[in-house]
Structures are given as structure tokens and as C-alpha cells.
Design a protein around this ligand. Structure first.
Ligand code: AMP
Length: 215
């Protein structure tokens, strides 16, 4: 099985759900740049202070900051048991930098899965996404509703919505994806590493197609 992976796709294409299952079933380590950056923002670290406004507006954090930050994480990425990058790289520049870092360790990316999706599906998915501010559990108004509307099943406190999951911000994030991140698909296609999976399929079908592509 190919175990050094990049998951590409617009926000809301379901990369995170697939990554969680790949981690659980195959022990491939999930590295989500968005999750790591949000944590820095919450902790108020230097990186967090630099990144905060970009995250809130749904814009990309500048390459200089992201590259320094992700380089640190990639130094400890497990090469044998594998890793999947979710949310990084997001620009051609970041993709090229990643190739250099991994070449230094003799362990290039082995497969890139692109979850292709149109804006309408994404709006339905993301704008219905709410999470618990305490335990981080993610719900969805249609597909994974909490037992009591708006309340976490476990912590019994009110669910919140990520500032960047509101509709105008989602539209902006999709536009940025189309302009800046989609060109990466061509880059990996030229390297013979790209597989496209239809993100409108059910989570089980997406997972099965992903596993098939890795084997
Ligand atoms: P995500 O959870 O992947 O949608 O990321 C949330 C936000 O974090 C994005 O809208 C960006 O502001 C920031 N971010 C995450 N990864 C990157 C990256 N590779 N380059 C620039 N900004 C990023």
C-alpha cells in the first residue's frame, strides 16, 4: 500500500472524514494544516497571531509563515508507517517545497488523491457543520445531527460554527481553492501520482475508491 499521501480537494470535499478512517484502519498519520494552524491561533502563539486574520477571512496564510511552520511538522512525519497531508500543500510553491523536503529524506510522496466537488455540494456540507467547542466533536445538521438540536451529545453545551464555515467565507475559500490549489492537481498528474475521486459519492464509496487507489 502506498502510504505517503496528499489529499487534495476544496474545503468541504470530505478529506478530513476519509483521513480519519485511513488513520484508524491503516495507521497512516493524519496531518491537517488547518487543524494545526487553528490550534496555534487558540494558543495565541507567534504563528497563531500571524495566521489568525487569514483564517477568519478564509484566505490563505502567506507561504512564508506556512512553509516554516509545516517544515517543522514534516521533520517528524513518519515515513514508513506513512502520513497523509490534508490542507497542505495548497499552492504550487508549497508543493515544490514539500518535494524538496521529502527528497532530502529519500521518501517522496507516493500518491495524491483529489476529491473533486462543485460549489453547491460544498455549501450544503460546510454551512451545516457545527462542532463542540469543548471536545471538538463535529456534527452536521442533516447527516450527523446531535440528539438535541444545537447541543453536544457528550458535553451538553451549545455547538458553535467555525467563523470560516459561514456561507460568504465558504464561497471565498472555494474561489481561492480554484485559483491557487487546483493547479497542484496538474503538477501531480505530470508526476503520475494523481487519482481523482468524486467527492459527491457516499463516505463509504469514497473510502473504498481511495483504498483501491493506494493498493
Ligand atoms: P482547512 O481546515 O484546511 O480548510 O484550513 C483552514 C484555514 O487554515 C484556511 O482557510 C487557511 O486560512 C489556513 N490554511 C490551512 N492550510 C494552509 C496552507 N497550506 N496554506 C495557507 N493557508 C492554510
Amino acid at each position: 500500500m502506498r502510504r505517503r499521501l496528499i489529499l487534495l480537494g476544496p474545503p468541504g470535499s470530505g478529506k478530513g472524514t476519509i483521513a480519519a478512517r485511513l488513520q484508524q484502519e491503516f495507521g497512516i498519520h493524519h496531518i491537517s494544516s488547518g487543524h494545526l494552524l487553528r490550534r496555534e491561533v487558540e494558543e495565541g502563539s507567534t504563528v497563531g497571531q500571524r495566521a489568525r486574520l487569514f483564517l477568519e477571512k478564509g484566505e490563505l496564510v502567506p507561504d512564508g509563515t506556512v512553509l516554516t511552520f509545516m517544515r517543522g511538522w514534516m521533520k517528524s512525519a513518519p515515513l514508513e508507517s506513512g502520513f497523509m497531508l490534508d490542507g497542505f500543500p495548497r499552492t504550487l510553491n508549497q508543493g515544490k517545497a514539500l518535494d524538496v523536503w521529502l527528497a532530502e529524506r529519500g521518501a517522496p510522496v507516493e500518491a495524491v488523491i483529489l476529491y473533486a466537488c462543485d460549489l453547491k455540494i460544498i455549501l450544503d456540507r460546510i454551512t451545516g457543520r457545527w462542532s463542540c467547542p469543548k471536545c471538538g466533536r463535529v456534527y452536521h445538521v442533516y447527516s450527523v445531527p446531535p440528539k438535541v438540536a444545537g447541543i453536544c451529545d457528550d458535553c451538553r453545551i451549545e455547538l458553535t460554527q467555525r467563523a470560516d464555515d459561514r456561507e460568504p467565507v465558504v464561497r471565498r475559500r472555494f474561489g481561492i481553492y480554484a485559483r491557487q490549489t487546483k493547479p497542484l492537481a496538474k503538477y501531480y498528474e505530470h508526476q503520475g501520482k494523481l487519482t481523482v475521486v468524486d467527492a459527491a459519492l457516499s463516505p463509504d464509496e469514497r473510502f473504498a475508491k481511495t483504498v483501491a487507489a493506494l493498493n
